[in-house]
Write a protein that binds this ligand. Sequence first.
Ligand code: GLU
Length: 446
Amino acid sequence: MPLTQKIVTRFAPSPTGRLHVGNIRTALHNWMWAQKTGGTFWLRIDDTDAERSREEHVEAIRADLRWLGLAVDGEERQSSRFALYERRFDELVASGRVYPAYETQQELELKRKILLGRGLPPIYDRAALALTDADHARLRAEGVAPHWRFKLDANAPIEWADLIRGPQKFDPATMSDPVVRRADGSWLYLLPSVIDDIDMGITHVVRGEDHVSNTAAQLQMFQALGARPPAFAHEALLTGSEGKLSKRLGSLGAEHFREAGIEPQAIVALLARLGTSLPVEPVADPAPLIETFDFARFGRAPARFDEAELAQINARIVHQLPFTRVAARLPAGMDAAGWNAIRPNVATVAEAADWWAVVEGPVEAVPEAEDVAFLREAAATAAAIDDWSVDPWHNLTGALKASTGRKGKTLFLPLRRALTGRDHGPDMAALLPLIGRERAIERLLA
Ligand code: GLU
């Protein structure tokens, strides 16, 4: 491909459900490749299946991509492109590359069983190609509508250099002519996808390796339509954390992650690198991920998607998020100082509310008997601090250390407990100014 050619990718989900981790990953890589090369990234809604496609899913797909930060340069919908499919289909019928067939499902099933019984591969026998004009006329007169198959060229070996899997070879003689259109006129996925990829000028098709055999058939369709095929990159599939293809993965989508407090940047950071030879890094900005994106780095083994790993990356990304990025999701009254103090201690943005509740109180703490007098003294010391606005925690603990001789845990823990009601939490030096002198004294005396 000439280097000057603009890269055009597409993400082509069927709106029969919400996006799941696997689709999100495919979308991400198409987007990244276009971003890296200054190319164009299309969303193509593969909604030829009117029965199973839902408008609510189309909207959810758009919303999920927006949430993930994967801006699309344009959108096409297959359901509004039927006239184009019809035209190109007619060309293929005229050139003999698409032909009508009349077998019922039961007949096809029987043929399969017979071949399998004889130890032969269950390839469609092309009986329909032997029908005479009179046979066609009779069948149609009987009201039998044909479905349509694409005629593979058995003499043209199928080969491509997959950007991830390397050289691929298929023998068309071992493949059945795929059905491209049903008897009711509706389209199956294979042909409209090729017609669109040609019409949209797609240069790279990045998708899961479950499509590899589709690609083999589709390559001949590109040829039959007089087009040069795009480059293909088939990604190894994801497995669940237990290492198996899991059902759960198929149900994990943006909504689930959002509810679990996962930031879109964490999903992007993990899925950008998962299954590649580059390390997964908790970066909140996709720029370095885009810069290093390279199909040659992708492995061929299934990659393991682990929600625990995602949660860890998420926490590390949350620790980097500036106040302005999270402000809308913080409790009322929590300001930049509050966020900065609390941020290192949360795994999700939502958890900040728990710590903000600790700042605002009330907190519950019952001091140990041996700490009661110490805490009284702490309250008096807090009241006596000259300038509370400068590092009150170090002033307070410094003075108490000198006056009581306490140090380490016996000095800090009773104070933390009385001031926050908890044994652990954000740095007290950051928390105490937020709690404020008045509330601090109250809590020390409680
Ligand atoms: N609609 C197809 C799918 O969701 C698209 C596959 C492709 O990328 O061509 O599997």
